[in-house]
Design a protein around this ligand. Structure first.
Ligand SMILES: [Zn+2]
Length: 223
């Protein structure tokens, strides 16, 4: 069932970007991109999906496809994709560091995640991928581009990464980083309390910001 990512022609490869993107293009609307990675926690994935479902915040998920949470929530994910409320990006199969991996491993990590998203959601995640740990170099970017993943996405500010980040610290980070034009990184690896998620959404609302997907911000034909 695997759907091979189209290999780019040499001319297209040469035109592929050589550096990741860190921010959204400028716009007259107040907007930012709330991007959520990994998916180790099923309940965290579900709570973010519910935000997309129940509010007008649009979310981009960078899927690590070996986590069962993506399979477990497949029907809600499909519904939200159909409504253009969420976007899926490629965050590899098993979250290996791509910079130290062989060429073949870099490609198979991205290809396996691509195939998973295609087979489960009938959705093409290209051209957006997020390098694991934010580690990238020219080789990784070029290998990804060969598979059609020509847009490596970094971020400008994080809302709590690790298990050691307290809930109050996460709210402080949201206040610090959620601003117009930003790409903000978040993780679905640990359940945030309803209070924390409500506070984070309140920061957006108070600032008159709406989260948009990367596809909405960059346009459908961005490569
Ligand atoms: Zn990650």
């Amino acid at each position: 069932m695997g759907t091979a990512a189209t290999v780019l022609l040499p001319a297209q490869q040469a035109m592929a970007r050589t550096k990741p993107i860190f921010a959204l293009p400028s716009s007259s609307t107040q907007r930012f991109a709330w991007t959520i990675d990994d998916g180790a926690s099923n309940s965290a994935v579900r709570s973010y999906l519910n935000i997309a479902q129940n509010t007008n915040q649009h979310l981009t998920f960078f899927v690590t496809s070996s986590y069962s949470s993506w399979r477990n929530n497949a029907s809600q994910i499909k519904d939200l994709l159909e409504q253009d409320k969420i976007q899926l990006g490629n965050h590899t199969f098993s979250h290996k560091d791509l910079v130290t991996a062989s060429d073949q491993t870099v490609k198979s990590e991205l290809q396996r995640c691509h195939d998973f998203i295609m087979n489960h959601f009938n959705y093409d995640a290209r051209p957006y991928f997020r390098p694991t740990y934010g580690y990238w170099d020219k080789r990784v970017v070029n290998l990804a581009a060969e598979l059609g993943y020509t847009v490596p996405v970094m971020w400008y500010g994080t809302i709590g990464d690790s298990g050691s980040t307290s809930e109050s610290k996460m709210i402080d980070l949201a206040i610090q980083w959620i601003k117009d034009g930003r790409i903000v990184i978040d993780h679905a690896n640990r359940m945030k309390t309803k209070h924390t998620l409500d506070e984070i959404t309140r920061v957006m609302n108070v600032r008159g910001l709406k989260s948009v997907t990367l596809r909405e911000a960059f346009g459908k034909n961005f490569r």
